[in-house]
Design a protein around this ligand. Structure first.
Ligand code: GLN
Length: 549
């Protein structure tokens, strides 16, 4: 039977609870325990796939095709494991399952209630998930902030869980904020006290408190938190702002979190082996060179919807000893004022990420055209890949080329709905999702990067390259170097004459890990680092397709 660590959040959202949960997992993993992580999201959606990423953050796609909360991505990156979709539990899933049981007659004659039926379902799910792969320790992060109505059943389930499993098998960690008043510089503990009071009122006593604060907690405030929150002083830790989030496990362990938690869970003392992780942190910190990347999208300022893209770029930057500076460029602007696209000449690389709908599409196409004709390294992801195909098609003379997603009655839909999608009416979980095998052609950039003939990458899309246009495109210079589904589906495009003009139908960012960057991202950042030269309009590239006609 696994041991469990519940992680709750207090005071306010957005204080990095996911990173702290993942860090605690890492601290235990480097002590030789088999660790997994579970995220509970108290909203009623069945999964994150139907939520707005611009409000809720990125939809992270798992290997088994789950559309999950972005914290699952944080767990994967910290723990270097593939987390299955069953590890993202939502109220939608819990209630649906309870209601299905009720309809089947499983509770015949009973009044179905939050306690015990909903809380039993929550606990069952936690036990089921932690039994997979002989897990030693499961970190369970409860989303939201203590005091939210939605999270009450989960906190109640956590209380019951400790009662049932025994105190030595379950530990509670509460993550709070300790603000500092600018005028006097005093660390204020009252919000933490209130938040823990609320938690204890529900019956959950924290064993560990991790306070987010600007500077390490001074002894006074630390003692106060311990006393008022009924926690051992040795169980109060600080998480300060850091240069890279990957420092977080090290900084918490330096304060003694690992030893304290082992003792609390009655696990024999083990020494951590931080060697590999320490090196990863070092490479993420020691970045001599600088490289400037433009991410061209819509609502571009909301970085949270592309966390995995950000992290993949950083992983790739670390491998090239370069600090990646990202700037988000709104492609709508290129539509209103086409000249604005010239801003891209300031950058060493242009990335067009995934996206949906028609707004900003023409601007993205313009950005890709500028990158292609000025030989600025370009990486397109999913929608960015599709727009790359549209851009190239127009360039070789298919003037009205478009994507059926952008223009439903396009005369030249070089990107079209996948045939299996035409019958699909429901929106939830119905895209082409998760890992699919891709066959890579030898003697291509893709092969140079992956160094393998077959790879598995994760997908989330409904549209694809229209097979009718493939020969027209390839006969005029575009190379599809990766394909899937018996070579029917185009997965990777590249332009051999450019320094790096590369795009993928899949989202390689979901498999990038610190210390093991995703090959397409690595190729892109490396090309950007190598090409830090003034940008000149290259006639060689403008003629690229024309010459092959
Ligand atoms: N909207 C496109 C599609 O559904 C691309 C999706 C994406 O970028 N994730 O195919």
């Amino acid at each position: 039977m696994a041991k469990f660590v519940f992680v709750t959040g207090g005071v306010m959202s957005g204080i990095g609870k996911g990173v702290i949960a993942a860090s605690i997992g890492k601290i235990m993993q480097v002590r030789g325990l088999k660790v997994t992580a579970i995220k509970i999201d108290p909203y009623l959606n069945y999964d994150a796939g139907t939520m707005n990423p611009y409000i809720h953050g990125e939809v992270f796609v798992t290997e088994d095709g789950g559309e999950t909360d972005m914290d699952i991505g944080t767990y994967e990156r910290f723990l270097d494991i593939n987390v299955p979709k069953s590890h993202n539990i939502t109220t939608g899933q819990v209630y649906l399952s309870v209601i299905e049981q009720e309809r089947r007659g499983d509770f015949l004659g009973k009044c179905v209630q939050i306690i015990p039926h909903v809380t039993d379902e929550i606990k069952d799910r936690l036990r089921r998930v932690s039994r997979e792969n002989s897990t030693d320790l499961a970190i369970v992060e409860i989303g939201g902030t203590v005091g939210d109505i939605e999270s009450l059943p989960y906190l109640e389930a956590a209380r019951e869980f400790r009662l049932e499993e025994g105190g030595s098998n379950v530990a509670n960690v509460h993550v709070t904020l300790v603000p500092v008043l600018d005028v006097v510089g005093e660390q204020k503990t009252k919000p933490t006290q209130h938040s823990v009071q609320e938690l204890r009122r529900i019956g959950v006593q924290p064993d560990i408190i991790v306070a987010r604060s600007k500077a390490p907690l001074k002894s006074g405030p630390k003692r106060k938190i311990a006393l008022f929150c009924n926690v051992d002083e040795a169980g109060v830790f600080t998480s300060t702002d850091m240069e890279t989030v990957y420092q977080s496990p090290l900084l918490l362990d330096q304060q003694g979190l690992g030893g304290f938690l082992l003792q609390r869970l009655q696990i024999e003392k083990r020494n951590p082996t931080w060697g590999r992780w320490g090196k990863i942190v070092e490479t993420h910190l020691s970045t001599g060179k600088q490289v400037n990347i433009a991410i061209c999208g819509k609502y571009a300022e909301l970085a949270d919807c592309y966390v995995s893209v950000n992290e993949a770029l950083k992983d790739a930057g670390a491998a090239c000893q370069a600090k990646v500076n990202l700037e988000w460029i709104e492609t709508d602007d290129f539509e209103k004022e086409p000249e604005k696209v010239r801003i891209l000449s300031r950058f060493d690389g242009v990335l067009v990420p995934g996206g949906f709908g028609s707004r900003g599409a023409e601007g993205k196409i313009r950005a890709i055209e500028y990158a292609r004709t000025h030989d600025i390294p370009f990486l397109g992801i999913c929608y960015g890949f599709q727009m790359g195909v549209v851009e190239y098609a127009r360039n070789i003379g298919i003037k009205d080329a478009s994507s059926a997603e952008v223009e439903s009655n396009s005369k030249s839909p070089v990107i079209d709905l996948m045939p299996e999608q035409t019958e699909v009416l429901e929106k939830g979980g119905t895209m082409r999702l998760g890992a699919h095998e891709i066959r890579i052609d030898p003697a291509t950039t893709a092969f140079d990067l992956y160094k393998r003939r077959t790879v598995k990458e994760r997908h989330r899309h409904r549209y694809e390259v229209n097979p009718k246009y493939i020969s027209a495109l390839t006969s005029r210079g575009l190379r599809f170097s990766g394909k899937s589904d018996s070579d029917h589906r185009m997965e990777i495009l590249e332009l051999p004459l450019n320094k790096f003009h590369f795009a993928t139908q899949f989202h390689a960012e979901f498999k990038s890990r610190p210390g093991a960057p995703s090959p397409p991202y690595f190729g892109f950042v490396k090309a950007a680092v190598d090409s830090k030269t003034p940008v000149l309009e290259s006639s060689r590239l403008l003629a690229q397709s024309a010459g092959r006609r």
